[in-house]
Design a protein. Structure first.
Length: 260
């Protein structure tokens, strides 16, 4: 199993997860926070087109995650997976799409991938985050969440790879020009993880199998890559430069859940 980001941040999010078994390959898109044209451009960096995707999964209804998902689902006849609350929020429940409703803690099979959605606190209607497995390796995803919960720790422990939100630095957010109401929303229990909060979650996990950690969904106004790297590196006891950061423009290239 391998994964790559097409971009990560408030201007758009999309992650490709791929698993192969024998002569078959399953390739899904997690979130679709770009226009169809922009998504095609970014997929081309991986040598793929939209027609190479088998399904689109959505974490929640915010525009930087839903983007052109309904357009893709209709135009390319792609199955669309999301919670019922998200489907209602974006109108997918009454759209002409192949909608598959996901429920927290209920595994769904998509080709060679096992997809385990889990619930998280975020200011959306019924947000989900995900753990992917090909039967041998586990990839954990946690973005767009306000605070840690025991359930999150349980879901992400024992993963081979982890994409973890490091949205903001608390000092930078406090000093920013954002209105106080927006600062409170971002920093609240249904907002986004700070670097320190992300590090706290990482510290609680069983990391015995962890080969890759990627800091994701960084705010371009209220964070710096080096600050996120330092926070996570402090938990792992490594140098900051060894922590990968998903960027808004480039995301990151393929990573293999098995290691290199």
């Amino acid at each position: 199993m391998r994964f790559a980001s097409l971009g990560s941040g408030s201007e758009g999010n999309a992650l490709v997860v791929e698993a192969a078994s024998g002569h078959t390959t399953t390739r899904v898109l997690l979130d679709c926070g770009f226009s169809a044209k922009e998504l095609e451009r970014r997929l081309a960096r991986l040598q793929y087109g939209i027609d190479a995707l088998d399904a689109v999964l959505i974490t929640h209804e915010h525009s930087d995650h839903i983007g052109s998902a309904l357009t893709l689902a209709r135009k390319w006849s792609l199955p669309l997976y999301m919670s019922w609350g998200t489907a209602k929020a974006v109108g997918a429940d009454c759209a002409d799409v192949d909608l598959h409703v996901l429920w927290g803690d209920e595994t769904a099979s998509i080709g060679d991938l096992q997809v385990l959605p889990y619930t998280v606190p975020h200011d959306a209607r019924e947000p989900l985050q995900f753990v992917f497995s090909d039967g041998a390796r586990r990839l954990g995803i946690l973005t767009d969440v306000g605070t840690s919960t025991p359930h999150i720790t349980s879901m992400l422990s024992g993963c081979d790879a982890l994409v973890l939100e490091c949205n903001h630095d608390t000092r930078m957010l406090a000093a920013s020009r954002y209105p106080q109401s927006l600062k409170a929303r971002i920093g609240g229990n249904h907002g986004h993880l700070s670097n320190d909060a992300a590090a706290g979650i990482l510290a609680e996990l069983d990391r015995s199998r962890l080969a890759h950690i990627v800091a994701a969904h960084l705010s371009q106004q209220n964070n710096l890559p080096e600050l996120a790297q330092q926070a996570l590196a402090g938990v792992l006891g490594t140098v900051a430069e060894e922590i990968m950061v998903a960027s808004q423009e480039l995301g990151f290239d393929w990573l293999d859940c098995g290691g290199s």
